[in-house]
Design a protein. Structure first.
Length: 122
């Protein structure tokens, strides 16, 4: 059974550290203001965070464990986190994740020398 729900920041932080997300260019600091998690049975398999300012929201710490990728869990997490804001949304995406964002109406604003994309969605 798959469940998508809010998760506490400490659980999100532990998940990020345990899964060594820094190896895939996912930053741990600073942590997002709120997190959604994806559970497959009792196992947390993915998270996405959201931080907001007056004008924008930023997607942060978006990660699905390797063995559960390309099964739609990331897409569903992204769609659910988008529902949590009516502001312009920004994010940084890697070569691996950029297609997921583009398929959800994000546009590329720029790309740096490390192949990290800055993207946004109105």
């Amino acid at each position: 059974m798959v469940k998508y729900c809010n998760i506490p920041i400490d659980i999100a932080k532990d998940f990020l550290i345990k899964n060594k997300v820094y190896k895939e260019q996912v930053s741990i600091n600073p942590l997002a203001d709120m997190f959604l998690g994806c559970y497959l049975g009792n196992k947390l398999i993915g998270i996405v965070g959201l931080s907001s300012t007056k004008k924008t929201s930023r997607i942060k710490q978006f990660f699905v464990i390797q063995e559960e990728r390309r099964k739609g869990f990331g897409s569903k997490l992204l769609k659910n986190i988008i529902k949590n804001t009516d502001k312009k949304i920004t994010a940084f995406a890697t070569e691996y994740s950029i297609k997921l964002f583009l398929n959800n109406n994000f546009i590329i604003k720029r790309k740096n020398s490390n192949n990290i994309y800055f993207i946004e969605r109105n």
